[in-house]
Design a protein around this ligand. Sequence first.
Ligand code: DAH
Length: 366
Amino acid sequence: MDHAATRETALARIAAAQDLGALEALRVEFLGKQGSISGLMKTLGAMSPDERQAKAPQIQALRESVSDALTAAKDALEGAALEAQLARETIDLSLPAPDAPRGTIHPVSQVMDELAEIFADMGFAVATGPEIEDDWHNFTALNMPDNHPARAMHDTFYFPNEMASGGRKMLLRTHTSPVQIRAMIAGGAPIRIIAPGRVYRSDSDATHTPMFHQVEGLVIDKGITLGHLKWTLETFLKAYFEREDIVLRLRPSYFPFTEPSVEVDVGFALVNGKRVLGGSGDAPDHGWMELLGSGMVNRKVIAAGGLDPDEWQGFAFGVGVDRLAMLKYGMDDLRAFFDGDVRWLAHYGFSPLDVPTLSAGVGARA
Ligand code: DAH
């Protein structure tokens, strides 16, 4: 068969190919390693120079036109396939969206966002620390040396001794207070931080879960007094509970990491047997509820953080985030917080669009 006839047949077959698979089969048949046109190319080697000079351009032109035809046919088939797909996949935007499962913001996340918003307004940054801590940060640096009785009160989850690092035993942090030490060491003074996060204790009943949440507060500066502490807590609690009549009572207490230490109670009223925060706890039908621990940062803690306690003073506080959530949003069983029951989450969760802001009120709308 002469080259012109070969070309005619090849081009006709390419034009008739219905799909990409058929086209690929033709490419292999003509131009593949064992292909007919590739075979013609191989005959050039055996020709005399004169013959080759005459035949080579013809064979090359044949190969080129077949190759071009294959490419053009492939483009056309692909274009047609895309057109067909686009025509098939039209979406009617006027149809109602299908009912998709909707998530909610967990009350703990909501409260943490509210805390960050309130404290940011007072100049506090949010700090974090590891949940897997060492006993130096969790205890020793907080003035709880080995054998200190307060260590025993924490029902600590320890890791096996083989996992000790640099002579320090590893544990799940029992409170957020070690972030105080990490903040001082990492950033020096002055400091204004809150540190919200998970903490762990081996304890479990209706009001205790092995994992729960705390928020730590720490201010380190010059000339800091208990007055600053009380104002800060009052301002925070009024903004958080969205009530101007929040009344605090400071009671002397003991924490190893603060000196003096104060336990902070907040006044509530008994309304139909329910506790409603607000008013002095000393008024008739009122009482005091213990809410948080705080105090002036112990000199030894400031020194453990690498700062000079003659130069820097500060206050600290720690409060349960889950407890704050229960008091504001009315849940009464802590364990349900961590069950992951979607019915509970749908009921107590918050809209992702309801971002707490001071201007709109930090509390979520029902
Ligand atoms: N770390 C304490 C606890 O978990 C709470 C606490 C009390 C934190 C007093 C403080 C503080 O910063 O000053 O029980």
